[in-house]
Write a protein that binds this ligand. Sequence first.
Ligand code: FAD
Length: 583
Amino acid sequence: MNAFVENTTCDVLVVGSGAGALLAANRAHDLGLSVIVIEKSDRYGGTSALSGGGIWIPNNSGIRQQDSYEEALTYFKACTHGMVPEEKLRAYLDSAPEMVEYMRDKVGVKYNPVAGYSDYCQHLPGASDNGRTMFVEPTDAGILGEDFFALREADMGAKLFGRIALDYYDGQLLGARGKGWKRKILSLIWNYWSDLGWRTKTHRDRRVTMGSSLIAGLRIGLKQRQVPLLLNTKLERFVVEEGMVKGAIVSQNRNEFVIHTHRAVIVGSGGFEQNQTLRSEFLPGDTRVEWSVTPMHNNTGDALLAGERIGAATEFLHEAWWAPTVRIPAAGTPNVNMRSALFIERSYAHSICVNREGKRFANEAMSYNDFGHEMIKDNARTGANMPCWFVFDASYRKKNILGRIMPGSLMPDTSLPPEWWDTVLYRAQTIGELAKKIGVAPSTLESTISVFNEYAKTGVDLDFNRGHYSFDRFYCDPRHKPNPSLGALDSAPYYAIRVDLGDLGTKGGLKVDRDANVLDVNGHPIPGLYAIGNASGAVTADSYPGAGGTLGPALTFGYRAANHIAKGTHSVTPSSVSSKASV
Ligand code: FAD
């Protein structure tokens, strides 16, 4: 799989092995093109492999009775507020459902809509709260043989006891302690341990779920098609001849060689979130690589830099898929730098977020991306955010997860490492004492919590309307009344954890048209160069329309790129890219 391939040739070179890249490779092969995939690291799958694997597909075949193209377009336009050409939004809505059907019918990766899953921006026209988000069925990745071990491993938080893979529905059932949750745990444990032949090989579960299932399914597709995937092979620069990208200079162990392309290079090499220099240049505030929850070291903006060198345009470089993240050390944690994103925790009752003045600044239950924007805005206003604090009480701790920390009923405080207290997690018997420990004025925090506790009684948050929208309540315990997302912080001990403005990847990159063809600085398509996923400027601009809003577009524009390349419809307008042999 990793043989040194000297000066080889193919129709399409795919750079990166995230979801969009592997989908594009399968599709290009099925359209009769010869394909090579290269991946910089020694694992394939990128951030996509450790993601939830959800995809946002408006008007998908499972919800056509409740959704419509027009409603979806209204919502998408409202989310992107004029920052993205309508033809690109339409291209997404046109092709996303078809792409899902292609994955199911030709590659064997099966997705289902999740009834009741809300779009993230419920206040916008055209928002749906029923099933635009789809989740993938689990895959038996044992079929991959030795290639199973090169699949990037899912995050510990997505596994029971750090080992047994959970799918979306398992996670929902166990998180909410729904009917039959104990039986579910027992059956998961039984299935894992009774797989005796596999257990003798590895502790890793071959039933892979979520993002790992998506990547495993796409990888199986490539194996069946005999498309080579070269690990430890990095894009360095593009080869340009007569205004067209004709391949790339790549490296293996610092040895450079050329892969020539007859048709195109598709870059799906992720964003630049792991590059501190680019973060500092483009992202707001005193941003740090270690706040990202993406795999360490890989997504360093290589395609962005290579594209800029040949005159490609860029967009949205100051944006990321924002996520408030917390540091929770975990020995042996694969991939990520001891970080967890607070995806759902902020919506649970008995918790609030405050800035360093001890004041609330937003509806805590909003989506992680919108919450990130609120952190940025509050910091511009007060200079006392980024970081801020997540504060909760004993009722929260007993019942709910916090990143990788299980609820206190399963993982009591006595089981947590003693060195965490007042370094990772802060704890005190009174709110005033907690405030002192985290450097916040005690009287302000006490007053913030006393006001919030009144809102919890009435069920109406007069400051930020938390719990009003269906998305705010989606993960909450519906039995908690009057408002499932509002609960008083009134039982000691009280806890706090520092929250940084992290991300799931950056979302600015090479500017592309509706077929993912990269544009030059004059707005002309660069023949032979395509960008998808976080290597490209996001079709969602600064928004996150719903769960799956990053993988849905990565896959769909991977699909469109392959279709466009196969049609051979290159631009007739000469692009202004450098025509030197390699740049
Ligand atoms: P990646 O998946 O990161 O793939 C990029 C690949 O390119 C990497 O393997 C990298 O090593 C390789 N590469 C980089 N540079 C080079 C180079 N020079 N040469 C060759 N290869 C290179 N999004 C959703 O839509 N739905 C979800 O449910 C969801 N859940 C998430 C959960 C978590 C915990 C996280 C962290 C993210 C989640 N996301 C989700 C976000 C989503 O996973 C990412 O935005 C998406 O995977 C990015 O895809 P990509 O293909 O652009 O990059």
